[in-house]
Design a protein around this ligand. Structure first.
Ligand code: AMP
Length: 216
């Protein structure tokens, strides 16, 4: 069973949704750099304002800053039995950093799951996305709506749309993904760690495909 996992894929591919499910099923920590950054910089301090600017504009937070942030974040977890990373690494530089971090701690990386979806699907998925600001659960008003109108099934909080999910920012995020993050597909393929998952379909069917790869 593969339990040391990185999720890769364009915005809207379902990394958060699938990652949370895997984390619950395998009882391993699901760690999302985007969630952690939003939480950390959700306040009104000067530094929060600076980082919100990158996030809300659909740009990446610079590598040196984000790597320091991720190192502090990862140090809080016990990663020995497994982990599932969502949202990082996001650049080739960050990938090198993560590989070094794991190696230094003697922690393996079993697989990189590349969730692939066609471009035209991305915008549709992101525009319908709503998140729970309290527990991080992810919904889609078209494909995976909450049971009660705009309220989180898990904790009852009112769902919100991320500022960077608004249409003009989405295009920028897709461009940034293609330039900065897509090269990681080759990076991990060369290391024979990459498994491509067809991420089109229901949450359950994609989850099934992932489980097959993890069990294999
Ligand atoms: P996400 O929730 O993964 O889509 O991340 C939302 C935003 O947070 C991104 O558009 C970036 O601005 C920032 N972010 C998250 N993870 C990273 C990362 N590994 N490197 C740089 N910026 C990041």
């Amino acid at each position: 069973m593969k339990t040391h996992i990185i999720l890769l894929g364009p915005p809207g591919a379902g990394k958060g949704t699938q990652g949370q499910l895997i984390g619950e099923k395998l009882n391993i920590p699901f760690i999302s750099s985007g969630d952690a950054l939003r939480e950390e910089f959700g306040g009104n301090t000067e530094i929060a304002e600076k980082f919100k600017k990158y996030i809300n504009a659909g740009l990446l937070v610079p590598d040196d800053v984000v790597e320091e942030f991720i190192e502090t974040l990862l140090d809080k977890y016990n990663l020995e039995k497994g982990f599932i990373f969502d949202g990082f690494p996001r650049t080739v530089h960050q990938a090198g950093f993560i590989m070094d971090y794991l190696k230094a701690k003697n922690i393996p990386l079993d697989v990189v799951l590349y969730l692939s979806i066609p471009d035209e699907e991305v915008v549709k998925r992101i525009s319908g996305r709503r998140i729970c600001p309290k527990c991080g659960a992810v919904y889609n008003i078209y494909f995976n709506p909450p049971k009660n109108d705009n309220l989180c099934d898990k904790c009852g909080a009112k769902l919100v749309q991320r500022d960077d999910d608004k249409e003009n920012v989405v295009e920028k995020r897709i461009k940034v993904y293609e330039k900065e993050t897509a090269p990681l597909i080759e990076f991990f393929k060369e290391k024979q760690l990459l498994k491509e998952i067809d991420a089109v379909g229901s949450v359950e069917s994609v989850q099934y495909r992932i489980q097959e790869v993890l069990n294999g």
